[in-house]
Ligand binder design. Structure first.
Ligand code: NCD
Length: 307
């Protein structure tokens, strides 16, 4: 990786992505043996600063750091920290860099991680900035896609909340490096933001937008389903209008090709019927598990750059 921080997927070249995924595959194989791993970063402490709820991202970063032999400090929820007393993000991260060798930040405001990275010398990973970006999720998504379908000549359908879904914004950007055919399926009101469409266009991406999934389902290698991001809607009535659209069940998937891989960054609400979980199509729990080796690889690269 060229950069010290990972704040947006646009920073990642194809070579950067491949380097992380190859390293992740090594960690994946080492973890699968069940043997203890060498403690590569025994003195290293990673700070977890989550201003929004998280299960997978936070716990998999914590597991990754511990599997690398390091440790974590956790800011705790916003209510338990000095944020409650009115401390600015800039002050908080400047203080935390004195305690830790890296910072994983999730924040409701778009651009928060980039701003934080300008105030500190330790690596900052954007673990989600409002409706902006979530680039470490993208790395595990790409790892999962590479394992299940391959990244060459990929046709992917991304369905659900494309407006507020930060995992979508990062994934779409990264997929331009792989010349993927991208189909975006959403209600009209939840289309990709104009800025993301512009970036995809500038990158020469092969993009089509749809309001119905069945138009494209048979062509897809991967179906990437997302949750409607209720917490980002300014108005509950607007949420109600789109809630429950694009629920995927066995009947929906009957029209899909034989080798479809279904992914979801999780948590799901009602977008994927649990009847899919035990089918060969379902890959979302595997995808979540891939968070550990992929974040090990990312931390390894960022921390070794920084040494
Ligand atoms: C996603 C997020 O926080 O953006 N969750 C995750 O990190 N796996 C997706 C979501 O919340 O819908």
């Amino acid at each position: 990786m060229r950069q010290d921080h990972l704040v947006a997927a646009g920073q990642l070249s194809r070579a950067d992505v491949e380097r992380v995924l190859d390293r992740a595959a090594e960690f994946d194989a080492a973890l699968a043996t069940g043997d203890p791993l060498p403690a590569r970063y025994p003195e290293t402490v990673l700070a977890l600063c989550f201003y929004e709820p998280s299960t997978r991202t936070k716990m998999s970063f914590e597991t990754a750091m511990k599997r690398l032999g390091g440790d974590v400090v956790d800011m705790g929820g916003v209510d338990a920290s000095s944020v409650k007393k009115g401390e600015s993000l800039a002050d908080t991260v400047r203080v935390i860099q004195g305690y830790a060798d890296g910072i994983v930040l999730r924040h409701p405001r778009e651009g928060a991680a980039r701003m934080a990275s300008e105030f500190v010398d330790v690596p900052v990973v954007n673990a989600g900035d409002g409706a902006g970006q979530h680039p470490s999720q993208t790395l595990l998504d790409l790892y999962t896609i590479r394992e299940a379908a391959g990244l060459d000549d990929l046709t992917i359908g991304i369905v659900g909340d494309l407006k507020y879904g930060r995992t979508v914004h990062s994934l779409a950007t990264a997929l331009t490096e792989f010349d993927a055919h991208m189909h975006f399926v959403s209600p009209e009101s939840l289309r990709l933001p104009r800025s993301v469409r512009f970036d995809l266009h500038e990158a020469g991406a092969q993009v089509r937008e749809h309001t119905e999934l069945d138009e494209v389902l048979p062509e897809l290698d991967v179906l990437y389903v997302t949750r409607i991001q209720r917490e980002r809607f300014p108005d509950e009535d607007e949420y109600e209008k789109v809630a429950g659209q694009f629920q995927i069940d066995a009947e929906t998937l009957a029209a899909a090709g034989d080798d479809l891989t279904v992914m979801h960054p999780l948590p799901r609400v009602d977008e994927i019927d649990p009847e899919i979980d035990d089918t060969d199509d379902a890959n979302y729990f595997e995808q979540a598990h891939n968070g550990v080796p992929v974040r090990m690889a990312l931390l390894d690269l960022l921390l070794s750059n920084h040494e």
